[in-house]
Design a protein around this ligand. Structure first.
Ligand code: F6P
Length: 369
C-alpha cells in the first residue's frame, strides 16, 4: 500500500498544443482542493536535469495565483521541449560524436529527495513513453494525452486537435475566395508527421478538393486530373490540402532535418513540391500556404479547453484513487484509464475504412489514390 499523496509535480513535454495551460490549471486546483502541494517542472524535465539554467528554480511551487486566468491561453506556462529525452539523453563526446545516456535515475532521485509523491505528465507519444519508463522504475505517474496531431493511441481524441482543425478550416474558408477570384490552385500544407488527422478533418470541413495524407501514398496525376475536371466543369480553382508527412507512391517524404539522438526528424516542403509539379501538369497558376506552427498557437477551442480541464482533474482523481502507470483518455462515454504501456510507442493512424474518409470519397474529394 503506497503512502497517501501530499505533493505532486506536473510537466509538459513535446510540441506545445492549445489546452496545456488549462490542464495545468485543472491539476493545480484539483490537487490544492485535496490539500496537496503541486510543483511545475520547467521545460519537460530540464528543470530537474539542468537546475542551473533557472534563476527561479527548475521546479517551482504552483499556486492558485500562478494559474489564475491561464486556461484560455495557448502555449504552456511551464515551457516544453522536444529535445533531450532523459532516457536517451544526447551527450557530445570528446571526438565530436554524440552518444546517448539514460538520465532517468536523476529524475527518480529528485522526486525521492524532495518527497514528491507523483507526476502528472502531459504530452504526446514521446513524453508518455518516458512516463511509462519512469512508472516501471517505481514512480507514481499519470499521463495526459496531448498533441494537435491526434495520433495518440487509446484515446478518442487529444486536446489541441480541435483547435488546430478549427484554425485550418478557417484558413481554407479564406483561401476559397482568393483562389476562386484568381482561378488558382492553392496548395495548403498542414502538420501531421505520420498521421493525416488534421488534413482529413480540416479538408472535409473546409471543402478541400484534394486531401493528401501519410496513410494514402498519392499519385499526383490523380490530383491533376481532378483539377482539370473541375476546370472542365467551369470551377476554375482548386484547393489541395497536404499533410507534411504525405508522400508520393513512387517517391519519398520531404525531410527538412533527419532524426538525431534525442530529437525526431523534421518534415516540411511537400507543399512546395506539389505546387511546382501541379503547375507543370495543369498549366495553372499555383500558390502555397504553409500553416505549420500557426496550428499550434492560439486560444484552445471550448472543446479542447473542456477536454483539458477534464483530463487534468481526472489525472488528479486517478492518483487519489491509487492509480499509476495509466493515461487518462477520452472514451465515447467519458474519461477512462488506459495503461501507459498500451500507449507508449504506438501511433494512431487514420483508419482508411473510417466513415470520415468514406465521407470524403462520397463528396468527391480526391485522395490521390
Ligand atoms: O507532433 C506535433 C507536431 O506538430 C508535428 O506534426 C510536427 O512534425 C512537429 O510537431 C514539429 O515540431 P517542431 O517544429 O516543434 O520540432
Amino acid at each position: 500500500m503506497k503512502s497517501p499523496i501530499k505533493r505532486i509535480a506536473v510537466n509538459t513535454g513535446g510540441g506545445d498544443a492549445p489546452g496545456l495551460n488549462a490542464v495545468i490549471q485543472s491539476v493545480l486546483i484539483a490537487a490544492a482542493n485535496r490539500g496537496w502541494e503541486c510543483y511545475g517542472i520547467r521545460d519537460g524535465f530540464n528543470g530537474i536535469l539542468f537546475p542551473e539554467r533557472y534563476a527561479e528554480g527548475g521546479v517551482a511551487r504552483l499556486t492558485r495565483d500562478k494559474v489564475r486566468g491561464i486556461g484560455h491561453l495557448g502555449g504552456t506556462i511551464l515551457g516544453t521541449t522536444n529535445k533531450g529525452n532523459p532516457l536517451h539523453f544526447p551527450i557530445k563526446m570528446p571526438d565530436g560524436s554524440t552518444r546517448e545516456i539514460d538520465r532517468s535515475d536523476e529524475i527518480l532521485t529528485y522526486f525521492a529527495t524532495h518527497e514528491i509523491d507523483a507526476l502528472v505528465s502531459i504530452g504526446g507519444d514521446g513524453s508518455l513513453t518516458i512516463a511509462e519508463a519512469l512508472h516501471r522504475k517505481g514512480l507514481r505517474v499519470v499521463g495526459v494525452p496531448k498533441t494537435i496531431d491526434n495520433d495518440l493511441d487509446q484515446t478518442y481524441t487529444t486536446f489541441g486537435f480541435d483547435t488546430a482543425v478549427g484554425f485550418a478550416t478557417e484558413c481554407l474558408d479564406r483561401l476559397h475566395s482568393t483562389a476562386e477570384s484568381h482561378q488558382r490552385v492553392m496548395v495548403v500544407e498542414v502538420m501531421g508527421r505520420y498521421a493525416g488527422w488534421i488534413a482529413l478533418h480540416a479538408g472535409i470541413a473546409g471543402n478541400a478538393h484534394a486531401i493528401l495524407m501519410p496513410e494514402i501514398p498519392f499519385n499526383l496525376d490523380k490530383v491533376a486530373t481532378k483539377i482539370r475536371s473541375r476546370d472542365a466543369d467551369g470551377r476554375l480553382y482548386s484547393i489541395v490540402l497536404v499533410a507534411e508527412g504525405a508522400q508520393p507512391s513512387d517517391g519519398h517524404r520531404e525531410l527538412l532535418a533527419p532524426a538525431e539522438v534525442g530529437h525526431a526528424e523534421r518534415l516540411g516542403g511537400i507543399g512546395e513540391r506539389i505546387a511546382r509539379d501541379l503547375a507543370e501538369r495543369t498549366g495553372k497558376d499555383t500558390r502555397v500556404v504553409v500553416l505549420g506552427h500557426l496550428l499550434r498557437g492560439g486560444s484552445p477551442t471550448a472543446f479542447d479547453r473542456l477536454s483539458a480541464l477534464r483530463f487534468g482533474a481526472a489525472a488528479v482523481r486517478a492518483l487519489d484513487e491509487g492509480h499509476t502507470g495509466i493515461m487518462v483518455a477520452l472514451g465515447l462515454t467519458g474519461v477512462n484509464h488506459v495503461a501507459l504501456a498500451e500507449v507508449a510507442g504506438r501511433m494512431k493512424a487514420v483508419p482508411l475504412d473510417c466513415d470520415t474518409v468514406q465521407t470524403g470519397r462520397d463528396l468527391g474529394i480526391c485522395f490521390g489514390d
